[in-house]
Design a protein around this ligand. Structure first.
Ligand code: ATP
Ligand code: ZN
Ligand code: MG
Length: 302
């Protein structure tokens, strides 16, 4: 039995994660959720004074916005779409017959106007663009959403439906790169406060295909993405628990996000992987929260 299986099994046995029969799709216990809630309050104490505008979107987004985002160019392998039955009574009969004999009943499903949100910030850009030019101070937003990525895995830290807390900043290059640096510093400080050892490293997104390799290399060479890494299922390959992304003016140009003077906004986003952070805490401090170091409990629950 490898390390990953055993940590996942221990999480199931303890009841912290609840097996659904699908890799990467888990229920969580009240205790697990309590850790996430406490960590989110810690995020609030670090970010609260910045005056971010809070918004919460459901875990599905407008398909037209998703199409325009270009997600299918970069990550077709990860996307999830919502399909529904839109047929007649006759179609319904053949659907049920299909199910009866164990044939693929999903073939007749049609795409709805909703796709599963791949990252918490995706619904934000078109929403803000609709408002017109950003104010002089730029934009700062506080988001949290379930996100879907089709990447089934036995690694409990790689889920298909997981929550991402994000801050997104819009403004000049200097403004948004300062924002990103501030959160890298805060991320290290926060993790230290809850007794987790971290490293920060340059990273890239898993762009699809051969052309994607070039995009990934470019992203690395330009230091556009950093990750805060914590060992969870492997010491040699620590897990990204936060990411810090500078989009340059790519999203500003795509969505028509402009500053007060009409120039194109630069954007950056910082994401916390909430399940991963909880799993890092359980991995390092044990599955019984009552046994966690007093300093960690104090940082989380006061
Ligand atoms: P990885 O390299 O591990 O696939 P990522 O680069 O795809 O991570 P981002 O797209 O930057 O991650 O997402 C922001 C954060 O969301 C990550 O830092 C991580 O903490 C969390 N996250 C990403 N994918 C998953 C997943 N499949 N399960 C749980 N958390 C995830
Ligand atoms: Zn983002
Ligand atoms: Mg990924």
């Amino acid at each position: 039995m490898d390390m990953q299986t055993s940590f996942l099994d221990r999480l199931f046995e303890s009841g912290l994660l609840i097996d659904t029969g699908i890799d990467g799709l888990y229920g969580r216990s009240g205790q697990f959720e309590d850790v996430i809630a406490a960590f989110e309050r810690l995020i609030d104490t670090f970010g609260g004074a910045d005056g971010a505008e809070a918004m919460r979107f459901p875990p599905g987004m407008n398909r037209a916005f998703f199409e325009k985002s270009g997600y299918m160019k970069s990550f077709p392998q990860l996307a999830g779409t919502v399909h529904s039955f839109c047929g007649s009574e006759l179609d319904h009969v053949s659907l049920l017959q299909c199910m009866e004999v164990g044939e693929d009943w999903t073939k007749g499903q049609e795409a709805t106007d909703i796709v599963l949100t791949p990252a918490a910030c995706y619904p934000l850009y078109p929403t803000i663009a609709k408002r017109g030019n950003l104010p002089k101070t730029g934009g700062l937003f506080d988001l949290q959403s379930y996100c879907f990525r089709h990447e089934p895995s036995k690694d409990p830290a790689r889920q298909q439906l997981f929550r991402m807390r994000e801050y997104v900043c819009m403004g000049t290059e200097l403004h948004v790169t300062d924002f990103r640096q501030r959160w890298m510093d805060r991320g290290v400080e926060m993790m230290r406060a809850v007794g987790l050892d971290v490293t920060i490293d340059v990273a890239n997104d898993p762009f699809f295909g051969r052309a994607g390799k070039m995009l990934a290399n470019n992203q690395r060479d330009q230091n556009l993405k950093f990750e805060l890494l914590i060992p969870i299922t492997s010491a040699a390959n620590p897990t990204a628990c936060m990411s810090f992304n500078y989009h340059q003016d790519a999203f500003g140009t795509k969505w028509g996000l402009n500053l007060e003077d009409g120039s194109v906004a630069h954007t950056a986003c910082v994401g916390f992987g909430l399940e991963r952070i909880a799993l890092a805490l359980f991995h390092h401090h044990g599955l019984d929260v009552k046994q966690w170091p007093a300093s960690v409990r104090k940082a989380l629950w006061g």
